[in-house]
Design a protein around this ligand. Sequence first.
Ligand code: ADP
Length: 246
Amino acid sequence: MTQILTCNDVKVDFDGFFALKGVDLQVEQQEVRFLIGPNGAGKTTLLDVICGKTRATEGSVFFQEMEGSIHKLEEHKIALAGIARKFQAPSIFPQLTVLENLELAMKQKKTLWHMLFAKMDEPTKEKIEYTLEKINLTQERNRLAGFLAHGQKQWLEIGMQLIQDPQLLLLDEPIAGMSGQEREKTGRLIHDVSKECSVLIVEHDMEFVRNFSKQVTVMHEGKVLCEGDMNTVQNDERVIEVYLGR
Ligand code: ADP
């Protein structure tokens, strides 16, 4: 398997407090990787570094075949290179329909000329249909996004990222506030997505991680504590100590 992301010895110093103390992480192509660990472990900070929201103080982040580390690039350049980030709170446009939200997301990657003058071509329409189906919102295409159920809003935002063809999707607690059924659908969606791009997910819900993970990375106090499948990591003495204080 080819690696899509390699973080080497990533450190983040917030005015003397090291939120990341030297993180090494590799994510492979088409992999779904869960990132778990107690509050304050540095999980969100690591996603922030990968998408360029936070600058690493030291270390490097290599993405695909790109030459050199991306950790000094601006956020929009990293997004253009193919790393998409979905934050916890959905940033959809509530006054626009589901379809319009997807169209807008798709245009983000196009030129100004396209945005102003181009009519929607067939491949664009096809892609929107494909994405609608993928995120389970075909029936809701003409609904205003603001009226969607909580889970549907989250899927729409995932769709808005996917339609831009990322190679790596970063998700921060994607099932927060979802019903059981919505969680199930989200788990299936994530696995479906991984056929086309790698996914790195911060998640607190251990049942969800147990049901939908293959590879898990456990972080603690700004470092990677251990990695493996859920069975391996949850039986690791260090992980038990960190979570249960034993
Ligand atoms: P997690 O996502 O694992 O809960 P975070 O990455 O959010 O952890 O935070 C790691 C540590 O860094 C925490 O102790 C947090 O308080 C601290 N931290 C996060 N962002 C900042 C910041 N902008 N300035 C100072 N400290 C921060």
